[in-house]
Design a protein around this ligand. Structure first.
Ligand code: ACO
Length: 436
């Protein structure tokens, strides 16, 4: 962050002296006004619920240009990464800042593979859940529980602990998600197979049974890997900010990532992929494409409370670049599985076309986000709808860890402690109960 030549001057209409505030440039993107000394200088806070104009940290990991619809991981466009790199290379890039060469990739993949199993006790912990528990409820519990198994790596201030926790979390997330699925299906857990790719191993743990040899379909393996790459990081979104805030207290990495999982669950964030597919299925039940117009009227009616799930984004005011890639993957998977005429895919395309031409969406710059097509891909692969957000969590884990580790390494980091504008009762006395 570079100090700019110009300053921002904050003046007041009531005679309070004005204050000069430093301005910093990033390498690209909007400048920031540094308000850290504002309270000391004026006795005032800034007010920005939802962080609409507030940079909560400096970061060198992911950059989004929401107007252009551009997403870069460490400077590399998502389109190039999704086309030329796999998830292991993407993880290496996010964690260490560079794309590995062949030897570096093999070494990193080997390190992750070494940690794919979870402690056998984990399955007994899982057994405490109802069979119909939501996978995100299970994941919140299981990820937090990892801290009880790895006492040797819970010191967030120790770089070696942070490194081994990062590798453990990336390695174990697929195992935990697959266990949550197998538990709900009443099938035996499948141990990881380390000769498979990261995505291939996940498919094996999900879909194999001890009775038959399972052969990984390369088209589906590539599609899943792409889902992982596209979801790997997205700068300071709600769950990442949750991880940073949680980690800022010095809690252990497993606890901080569990907080991220819990935040991701919400339908305004990662839960949108599940909500989007449920929405498409509901419209299909109502009569499909012929009912799209009626559904859109509901979406545009503010009193209905209905949103077009998978549309809109706080940052993107243009097409989410991940949605384009996901639509491409969606076509590939449906063709490979002979599902070209999938009614939900056709419905999604019809909805998208109508929305992109409708004034309501055009004026508000609402475009499809990554979740619009990811559910259709996952459903075609055979993943149950309730597991979609857990797969998002699996993929986002690397981003959360990279951001958490970046925060700990930042000399300017402090415990996160927002302030407030108090609108409650001023000081008053407690009356004896008979007089209240
Ligand atoms: N359907 C209908 N109207 C919408 C939608 C939508 N999906 N999204 C936004 N709008 C409208 C709002 O009602 C608002 O209208 P108004 O100005 O007339 O009041 C306007 O567009 C601006 O929307 P906000 O809600 O103010 O935008 P915000 O940045 O707070 O919300 C969010 C972004 C939460 C993603 C929102 O667009 C949404 O709820 N989308 C649906 C859920 C979804 O797909 N979430 C996934 C996000 S991507 C991810 O997490 C991977």
């Amino acid at each position: 962050m570079k100090l700019a030549d110009n300053k921002a001057t904050l003046s007041f209409s009531n005679g309070t002296p004005s204050v000069d505030l430093p301005v910093y440039h990033g390498n690209v993107g909007p400048d920031v006004v540094d308000i850290r000394k504002l309270y000391a200088q004026t006795g005032m806070f800034t007010y920005d619920p939802g962080f609409l104009s507030t940079a909560s940290c400096q970061s060198a990991i992911t950059y989004i240009d929401g107007d252009k619809g551009e997403l870069l991981y460490r400077g590399y466009p998502i389109e190039q990464l999704a086309t030329n790199c796999d998830f292991m290379e993407t993880c290496h890039l996010l964690l260490y800042g560079n794309l590995p060469d062949a030897a570096g990739k093999a070494n990193f993949t080997q390190r992750v593979s070494n940690h794919t199993m979870v402690n056998e006790q984990m399955q007994f912990f899982l057994r405490g859940f109802r069979r119909d528990a939501h996978p995100m409820a299970i994941m919140t519990g299981l990820v937090g529980a990892l801290s009880a198994f790895y006492h040797d790596s819970t010191d967030i201030n120790n770089p070696e602990h942070r490194e081994i926790s990062a590798i453990r979390l990336i390695a174990k997330m697929p195992t935990l998600v697959a266990m949550a699925y197998k538990y709900s299906a009443g099938q035996p857990y499948m141990y990881p197979k380390n000769n498979l790719s990261y995505a291939g191993n996940f498919m094996h743990m999900m879909f194999a049974t001890p009775c038959e040899e399972y052969v990984v379909n390369p088209v589906i393996e590539r599609a899943l890997d792409r889902i992982f790459v596209l979801h790997a990081d997205h700068e300071q979104n709600a769950s990442t900010s949750t991880v940073r805030l949680c980690g800022s207290s010095g809690t252990n990495p497993f606890a901080a990532i569990a907080a991220g999982v819990a935040c991701l669950w919400g339908p305004a964030h990662g839960g949108a992929n599940e909500a989007c597919l449920n929405m498409l299925e509901d419209i299909q039940k109502m009569g499909g494409i012929s009912k799209v117009g009626q559904f859109m009227e509901q979406v545009k009616d503010k009193n209905s409370g209905v949103k077009l799930m998978g549309f809109g984004h706080r940052v993107y005011k243009n097409y989410d670049p991940r949605a384009k890639l996901m639509q491409e993957t969606c076509k590939e998977v449906l063709t490979a599985l002979g599902l070209e005429n999938d009614p939900l895919f056709k419905l999604a395309m019809a909805l998208e076309k109508i929305a992109l031409e409708d004034d309501y969406f055009v004026q508000r710059k609402l475009y499809p986000n990554v979740d619009f097509y990811s559910g259709i891909v996952q459903r075609a692969i055979g993943i149950p709808v309730s597991l979609f957000t857990a797969i998002f969590a699996l993929a986002r884990t690397v981003g959360w860890i990279a951001q958490l580790n970046e925060m700990i390494g930042d000399p300017e980091y402090k415990i996160g402690r927002p302030r407030q504008l108090f609108t409650g009762s001023v000081k008053r006395d407690v009356m004896p109960i008979a007089q209240r």
